[in-house]
Design a protein around this ligand. Structure first.
Ligand code: NDP
Length: 445
């Protein structure tokens, strides 16, 4: 495989799609050796077939605001690969959404879903719609219009969307309601559903919990744990919330949270009533970081800054892509961080990851370390198919075991001669082999 040539060709077909090209390049570089050891993959054109989505669905989403003004947003669904199961991946509503971002996320999702050991293919979708500061009825009208186009393309055995940035329980409810009306079916076509209409316990906190379970496994390999460690976390959304709770439960002190406007540092730790307070603020759809610093005297707000300058043992980037660059990585290394574990998708730039690897810091890539969310979505699909509901404990135990298994797979394929584990390589190879072999079995389709 000639990675540079493949990326060059891909760039010609998809000029300017930098996030997508970045994600493909990272995967190809780390699987190159394994790929070349298996000439049957080259003969079957596995890479060329894997890096292009099966299908890109694009549509317009017209909706009217509360004053009767008409708006038109773009809607997308990228059905990337269904070799090992129905297409599966979240929907993101955020003004920064582009085709490139969704293709990068869909591509990553293939490997992540493969790692979970559950039968799920890779997909992603969303819109450049900004749900911030919109009324509930505006959000409902937008979701209904979005679903009027999307519903033909999804189904419990075809393509199962879920939430992501800007799409939480409320949006899933509105989207599902419209799907149900149009399809005249009540099936497990979405995950992240409400608990009283097919949702799974633990799903809201699963990505953050899973992230901390994965970091715990990594820490164990060097005889460490979360106990008495300081932790910096970015964002305060779904993922950050779950990670904050679980890290605290494991005896760590979470000292930062952030938003696009800056970060807060609370040396007393963010736990208990402080987490509840953040959740209340979040429900208002307003900026949440600065008000926290006003409410709790121990906290300080650092406007326009990122949390990675804080002196911590463990860093969990849980906000968004490319939010931790080489300078941030250098700050963390200089402060003697021991573990960086991605809760978000691709939050660390390639340069930052190189710095962590060069300094032999434990580094958990998102496609392995945040797979707990989609794994629990897979558990929700199983419960829906069986028409049963597992208890909190049952789901949490299964999630914990899946994260242990993912960690083990990464170690198997990522352990280097000097004993250091390259989790990026391990995750990519483990995820890739399963998909590539399934594609081989299924012929040229
Ligand atoms: P949310 O929308 O719930 O939370 C995102 C958080 O990040 C918000 O607090 C947001 O602040 C903040 N944020 C956004 N942009 C920035 C920025 N530039 N700097 C600092 N903070 C920022 O999303 P999720 O928690 O669901 O998702 C977070 C990440 O995790 C994404 O990369 C997502 O793809 C990934 N992920 C999510 C999964 C899930 O189950 N939800 C599963 C696997 C991965 P504000 O609200 O003020 O904009």
């Amino acid at each position: 495989m000639n990675v540079d040539q493949i990326i060059l060709n891909l760039e010609k077909k998809h000029p300017g799609e930098k996030e997508y090209l970045q994600a493909v390049k990272e995967v190809l570089e780390s699987i190159e050796e394994t790929y070349n050891e298996n000439p049957q993959f080259e003969t079957a054109g596995i890479i060329e077939r894997l890096i292009e989505p099966d299908r890109v669905i694009t549509f317009k989403v017209p909706w009217s605001d509360d004053e009767g003004n008409i708006h038109v947003n773009l809607g997308y669904r990228i059905q990337f690969n269904n070799a090992i199961g129905p297409y599966k991946g979240g929907l993101r509503f955020h003004p920064s959404v582009t085709l490139s971002i969704l293709k990068f996320l869909g591509f990553e999702q293939i490997f992540k879903n493969s790692l979970t050991t559950l039968p799920m293919g890779g997909a992603k979708g969303g819109s450049d719609f900004n749900p911030k500061a919109k009324s509930k009825s505006e959000i409902m009208r937008f979701c209904q219009s979005f679903m009027l186009e999307l519903w033909h393309n999804i189904g419990a055995d075809t393509d199962v969307p879920a939430g992501d940035i800007g799409v939480g329980g409320q949006e899933i409810g509105f989207l599902y309601g419209m799907y149900k009306k149009l399809a005249r079916k009540h099936t497990g076509v979405f995950t992240g559903k409400g608990l009283n209409w097919g949702g799974s316990l633990i799903r809201p906190e699963a990505t953050g919990f899973g992230n901390v379970y994965f970091a715990k496994e990594m820490l164990q390999t060097i005889g460490e744990s979360f106990k008495d460690k300081t932790v910096s976390i970015s964002g305060f959304g779904n993922v950050a919330w779950g990670a904050t709770r679980k890290a605290t439960e494991f005896g760590a002190k979470v000292v930062t949270l952030s938003g696009p406007d800056g970060y807060i540092h609370d040396p007393d730790g963010i736990s208990g009533e402080k987490i509840d307070y953040m959740l209340e603020l979040r429900a208002t759809n307003e900026d949440i970081v600065e008000p926290y610093a006003k409410a709790f005297k121990s906290a300080r707000f650092f406007p326009g800054k990122r949390p990675w300058e804080a002196n911590v043992d463990i860093a969990l980037p849980c906000a968004t892509q490319n939010e931790l660059n080489a300078d941030d990585a250098t700050d963390l290394v200089n402060n003697e961080v021991i573990c960086v574990c991605e809760g978000a998708n691709m939050p660390c730039t390639p340069e930052a990851i190189e710095i962590f690897h060069n300094n032999k810091i434990l580094f958990g890539p998102g496609k392995a370390a945040n797979a707990g969310g989609v794994a629990t979505s897979g558990l929700e699909m199983t419960q829906n198919s069986m028409k049963i509901g597992w208890t909190r404990e049952e789901v949490d135990n299964k999630l914990h075991q899946i994260m242990r298994d993912i960690h083990h797979a990464c170690q198997t394929h990522g352990k280097q001669n000097n004993g250091y584990v390259d989790y990026v390589k391990g995750a990519n190879i483990a995820g890739f082999l399963k998909i590539a072999n399934a594609m081989l079995d299924q012929g040229l389709v």
